[in-house]
Ligand binder design. Structure first.
Ligand code: ZN
Length: 821
């Protein structure tokens, strides 16, 4: 009897609380789906829930965006679980070590990574409300972690835009302005980066802050909510091939269990959906793959809609797709995911443990060698992923040599790095480091190669035996070279190496502080030490105008942790003396970039981010809509980012560009921009004409059409190129370079100035390239400079700033800015 009374009281208390909680519509003051909710209002609703139901909802702020919007995580579970949240987390993490007693399912729902796929955040509010009310039973054994909006800057860019341009009432005619967002759309973050390509590279503040909390939890299930084109039915798991080979049978099968449960609800409502197509599990930097490589069931769900859909739109088949429909679908799959996870909590826990014990990979250790700055840059990335590393105990290692593509050996030094798969993050180590990820199907959605030794420009060996290592120390501070005789502040000049992004950042700050810097265009030796081309020479004589020159220089040097050597004379042992005309002053260029119109938002954003967040150097952004009215003579450098230019520049505009370059301007043309400035009216570069292979004219069954097309495709593969490092565009590099090729466009060599090139038809070192595509990039230019009048045109066929992760390419871009003259 007492027990019965007690239960009644609990039930009564619970139902009162539930009734008291306001639904999103009640709280916001409009029916959910009839407006786009601005981010601060979303934050208000979650704060409201955390205040009203503090026993079941916990709200945390894990960071801030570039535009200072808060990034939220909301934990929702039963009161009992919430009271033990920290111990649940700790027990769960122990299961990565094969122990721990966690029995709860941990489900992480990520909404709105693409800002203009704006239904997700709306759906999240409805989902949490349902979990707290009608579906609270799921939470008895499940902890749900919700990120209501991964990309608040992009989402508000979209919703604010839509609110400004929408008709009243909203117009479902697809031709109306409210369905045409324009160039500066809300998909990406502030810097126009696609956050759903950034999970592994962590170049963006949103990703960097999120990964810290993600690693504190490592959920069993992770869902990334998206939208696709208006006319597409809903997509959910199981994913399409290719699957990366590390994905376990359980991970595959559980996708199907989830998919079938979603299908049950969709079938009951007569809603359309598809599975097993388009969205594969291979490239590691997605919100589905990255969690998968960390033991989760990682999935992408795609609703039809996106920025084009607005509050409602007529689809191709004449139906009206509304925001309310879109909410209903994401709400349904979200709840269904929690339901299935709750039903399978025990299985999820045992299989998660197994995932972390299964690390029987071909290569046991990766050993990396090279420039200390590049090693440090890699260490910084590994630290963010909680990947451990050490220094090799032996002086030499054997195995697969990344540079030759065959077996060999490599001698190591105290600075070499060993990264092994016998660690918690072993699977992720394999995925990020292996020389060539096994591709079960060449028809993939994204790049097919990303191996970190190539991306960071390091020599590397993959060893099938575990390589002994001692724990690595933190990155060392600058070592000031000792000087003989005179104190450092009395030196004639100060010498700095030039071979990394760190050095480029250092130079950028010297220039912005008004310190004058020269560069060595010839190698030289001095006091028994040799110096390469590109060495930075800061002389006292050049900087007499600076009253506190030495203190400023040391301030910048210690801030950037760069080593230097004081020189007490300008007289070199071999090479050119510091007063020689070959030791030229580096100018402090004023740089402009074209945005809008024909440029790609992503390609533009990569450069914008490079200047502001990596190099820290000012940039003027000129939109295409008024570019014709801008006086180019105000700028030393104009950058044309990649994009779809077609015939964007007419004869008159090309003449204007040519006149400006002839007078001394430097034009940097990247990717698709090159095609806009070639030809008779433009500059000297020419695209290669490539004939198709002999099979092309043979009849081929229709069903093979897609297979035929991939013969011409390179969606992202790594090729070895030759480098002329006597050219200023290649200062700081060795004799070869691994480039990430993102397309099949090949350009003939320039008459002069071929700094980086492919010398003959070649297979990729890593990743997939179709047979015809391999032909077209044989004997082709990668990076080069055409001298034109008193100026230059820098061609960048491949994109060294792609998604900000190809660390070893960035110095080419810095060279284009500072070394090429
Ligand atoms: Zn998306």
């Amino acid at each position: 009897m007492t027990r019965f009374l007690f239960s009644l009281t609990v039930l009564f208390t619970f139902s009162v609380t539930a009734q008291q909680l306001k639904s999103p519509s009640e709280f916001l003051g409009y029916e959910l789906g009839s407006e786009f909710t601005r981010h601060h209002e979303v934050v208000d609703y979650y704060e409201y829930l955390a205040n009203e139901a503090p026993d079941r909802v916990k709200l945390t702020v894990y960071g801030q965006t570039n535009e200072r919007r808060p990034l939220l995580l909301v934990y929702v579970s039963s009161a009992q679980n919430m009271a033990n949240l920290e111990s649940i987390r700790q027990e769960h993490l122990k299961s990565t070590q094969g122990s721990g007693s966690n029995s709860k399912a941990i489900v992480w729902l990520s909404y709105n990574v693409h800002g203009n796929e704006s239904v997700s955040t709306e759906a999240s509010m409805k989902t949490i409300y349902e979990l707290l009310t009608a579906k609270s039973a799921y939470l008895e054994n499940t902890v749900v972690i919700m990120d209501p909006c991964i990309n608040p800057d992009g989402r508000d860019r979209y919703s604010n835009w839509y609110n400004q341009y929408k008709n009243t009432p909203n117009q479902v005619d697809p031709n109306s302005k409210e369905h045409h967002e324009g160039w500066w759309n809300g998909r990406s973050n502030h810097y126009m980066f696609d956050l759903n390509r950034d999970w592994a590279w962590l170049t963006q503040v949103e990703s960097q802050q999120r990964i810290k909390v993600y690693n504190e939890w490592l959920p069993h299930v992770h869902v990334d909510f998206h939208e696709q084109g208006v006319d597409n039915p809903y997509y959910f798991a199981p994913a399409a091939e290719p699957y990366h080979e590390v994905i376990t049978d359980f991970q595959r099968n559980f996708q199907t269990i989830l998919g079938r449960n979603h299908a049950k609800y969709f079938d009951a409502n007569g809603w359309f959906y598809f599975t097993k197509e388009v969205f594969d599990l291979f490239y590691p930097s997605y919100g589905d793959t990255y969690p998968t490589y960390n033991g989760a069931i990682g999935m992408t769900y795609e609703q039809g809609g996106s920025g084009r859909a607005g509050l409602g739109i007529i689809t191709r088949i004449g139906d009206t797709l509304t925001l309310k429909d879109r909410i209903a679908h994401h709400f349904t799959t979200g709840l269904s995911t929690v339901e299935v996870s709750s039903q399978n909590a025990e299985k999820l826990n045992t299989e998660f443990q197994k995932f972390y014990q299964n690390q029987n990979f071909k290569y046991k250790s990766y050993v990396l060698n090279g420039n200390k700055d590049k090693i440090d840059a890699l260490k910084a990335l590994l630290d963010k992923h909680k990947i451990a590393y050490g220094h090799p105990s032996n002086s030499s290692v054997k195995g697969f040599n990344y540079n030759t593509g065959s077996n060999g050996s490599m001698s190591t030094s105290a600075n070499s790095l060993v990264v092994s798969t016998n660690q918690t993050k072993g699977t992720l180590v394999k995925v990020l480091f292996e020389p060539n990820a096994k591709l079960s199907d060449s028809l993939t959605y994204d790049i097919t190669a990303w191996s970190l030794p190539y991306a960071y420009g390091l020599d590397a060996i993959a060893s099938t035996a575990l390589v002994n290592a001692t724990p690595a120390s933190q990155a060392q501070d600058a070592v000031v070279s000792s000087s003989v005789g005179k104190p450092n502040d009395q030196a004639y000049a100060y010498l700095f190496d030039w071979n990394s992004m760190k050095d480029a950042r250092f130079l950028a700050e010297l220039l912005t502080r008004g310190i004058r810097v020269r560069k060595a265009d010839h190698p030289f030796t001095m006091e028994g030490k040799s110096y390469d081309r590109g060495t930075l020479i800061v002389t006292k004589g050049d900087n007499e105008h600076q009253s506190d020159f030495y203190a400023s220089l040391m301030d910048v040097a210690s801030k950037h942790k760069v080593d230097f050597t004081p020189a007490h004379t300008g007289f070199v042992d071999s090479g050119k003396d510091f007063g020689s005309g070959y030791v030229t002053m580096i100018s402090k260029p004023k740089v402009a970039i074209l945005s809008g119109g024909p440029t790609s938002t992503l390609r533009f954003g990569e450069i914008w981010h490079f200047f502001e967040q990596q190099l820290h150097y000012p940039l003027t952004v000129i939109d295409d809509s008024y570019a014709a009215t801008v006086d180019l003579d105000e700028y030393h450098i104009l950058i044309l980012p990649g994009g779809r230019y077609n015939d964007h520049f007419n004869g008159k505009q090309l003449k204007r560009l040519r006149d400006w370059v002839r007078k001394g301007g430097k034009l940097i043309a990247m990717g698709g921009a090159i095609d806009a400035i070639d030809g008779e009216d433009g500059f000297g570069i020419a695209k290669k004409e490539v004939e198709g292979d002999s099979t092309e004219n043979r009849p081929s069954p229709h069903k093979n059409m897609e297979r035929e097309r991939i013969k011409t495709a390179i969606t992202g593969a790594i090729f070895k190129t030759k480098v002329d490092n006597t050219h200023p565009l290649a200062y700081g590099y060795g004799n070869d370079y691994f480039t990430l090729k993102l397309g099949n466009a090949g350009y003939n060599y320039l008459k002069n100035g071929n700094a980086v090139y492919i010398d003959r038809s070649t297979k990729p070192f890593s990743g997939f390239a179709g047979s015809i595509a391999q032909e077209s990039i044989g004997e082709s230019l990668v990076y080069g400079v055409e001298n034109f009048g008193r100026g230059q045109v820098v061609y960048m066929v491949d994109n060294p700033l792609f998604r900000g992760f190809w660390e070893n390419g960035k110095l080419f871009f810095a060279n284009a800015l500072f070394m090429v003259d």
